[in-house]
Design a binder for this molecule. Structure first.
Ligand code: HEM
Length: 396
């Protein structure tokens, strides 16, 4: 087994099943690194403590552009510290209300039903279906388009941009130049596109989130045009591949644990708990990072100002301190505390929406007569976002 390090974390060999390695790290070196290397934090309590600690945050200053000739992309509030983060998150959450999310329920149910019946038609022809292409990928992007009021005829455009931006959550130095260039162009194209939509919504507001964002005001404060567009990009990136991977990783977990799949079939109402268990068991976001904004400590480890800490959700979610038999998938368990949506001031703003999408999809999958693995699944290259490229299934 390898010792915990950033390099070990980035090793493609880890992708297939990182959890035995994470377990070993958590048991033998729950916090490691330091002396110029990022701290790697594996226990849930320690991860939560860092995420709540105001001495840790995001690096200040301009992000550099992918190419010298291009201007730096504007930072979204995901990468900001208080007070800017507090102000922007406050404004956005005023528009991204429970009502806005609940309004999407019929659309999510209908889209899920359509995708599942198209997949069934393929399956009934005797074809193997890639569940990622058939269900997991199309649903979340359709939902975000609905949220941002993107007309149906333009969705393919958004899907293509979103695909090019998908590695946006990985650290810049891990992304090959060509990919970064495409990512930058996609961002710009999406920004220009959303600008037009926002202008339309300003003149003729509806009940969608975009209309909410253009109108939102708090104590006389509003989102500037640039903040509005950066927020739309954040929602597309943060809300898209993450949810795709919840559906993919959750389905694979069920297929590899047929007893749990049978249990869900017998009792589809377990879908809500099952989603919580999938998020814990195989989280789409494997880790996040923070920088020490001043000299700080994690446990007994020094974190001098400017040093990084990696909070390893994949390890923390299986910490036996917070979950009994953490390596066992148990969709009926009393939901265990997990960090799949983060913790503290940056806690995922889209969690209610992701949970809603997850529940609806797994209820629909529970109603199928037959669902089984039809080949070896393959993983994407992304580092922070853990998810499948192909999930071949037989479906009936
Ligand atoms: C933040 C996970 C779905 C919007 C986060 C963070 C995590 C996360 C871990 C915190 C990152 C950090 O602290 O560094 C997930 C997972 C999802 C999901 C696993 C699906 C299963 C969504 C959806 C949306 C969304 C559907 C919106 C459409 C956001 C936003 C933030 C965020 C805006 C930034 C919050 C802030 O910085 O204050 N998400 N997310 N997420 N997420 Fe999600």
């Amino acid at each position: 087994m390898t010792a915990p390090s950033l390099l070990a974390l980035l090793d493609p060999a880890l992708r297939q099943d990182p959890y035995p390695t994470f377990r070993q790290w958590r048991e033998t070196a729950p916090i490691s690194g330091g002396n110029g290397q990022p701290l790697i934090v594996t226990r849930q309590q320690d991860c939560s403590t860092v995420l709540r600690d105001s001495r840790f945050g995001h690096a200040e200053g301009e992000q550099t552009g992918p190419l010298n000739s291009t201007p730096p992309p504007q930072r979204s509030f995901l990468g900001m510290n208080p007070p800017d983060h507090t102000r922007l998150r406050g404004l956005v959450s005023k528009a991204f209300t429970r009502k806005v999310v609940e309004r999407l329920t019929p659309m999510i149910e209908q889209t899920t039903a359509e995708l599942v019946s198209a997949a069934l038609a393929e399956g009934n022809l005797g074809n193997t279906v890639n569940l990622m292409d058939a269900i997991a990928r199309p649903l979340p992007v359709a939902v975000i388009c609905e949220l941002l009021d993107v007309p149906v005829e333009d969705r393919d455009l958004v899907v293509a941009w979103s695909h090019d931006m998908a590695r946006g959550l990985d650290p810049d130095f891990l992304i090959p130049e060509g990919v970064r260039d495409r990512q930058f162009k996609a961002r710009e194209a999406f920004r220009q596109y959303m600008q037009q939509l926002a202008d339309k919504r300003r003149a003729d507001p509806g009940e969608d989130l975009l209309s909410g964002l253009v109108q939102v005001q708090e104590a006389g404060d509003v989102l500037t045009e640039a903040e509005l567009l950066t927020t739309c990009i954040l929602l597309l990136i943060a809300g898209h591949e993450t949810t795709v991977n919840l559906i993919g990783n959750g389905t694979l977990a069920l297929l590899r644990n047929p007893g749990e799949l049978a249990r869900l079939r017998a009792e589809p109402a377990l879908a809500e708990r099952a989603v919580e268990e999938f998020l814990r068991y195989d989280p789409p976001v494997q880790f996040t990072a923070r920088i020490a904004l001043q000299d700080a400590k994690v446990g007994s480890f020094d974190a001098p100002a400017g040093s990084a800490a990696i909070l390893l959700f994949g390890a923390a979610n299986r910490d036996p301190e917070v979950c009994e038999n953490p390596d066992t998938l148990d969709i009926g368990r009393e939901p265990a505390r997990h960090l799949a949506f983060g913790h503290g001031p940056h806690f995922c703003l889209g969690a209610p929406l992701a949970r809603l999408e997850g529940r609806i999809v797994f209820e629909a999958l529970a109603r199928l007569d037959g669902l089984e693995l039809a080949g070896e699944p393959t993983y994407n290259d992304n580092i922070i976002l853990r998810g499948l490229k192909e999930l071949p299934v037989r479906i009936a």
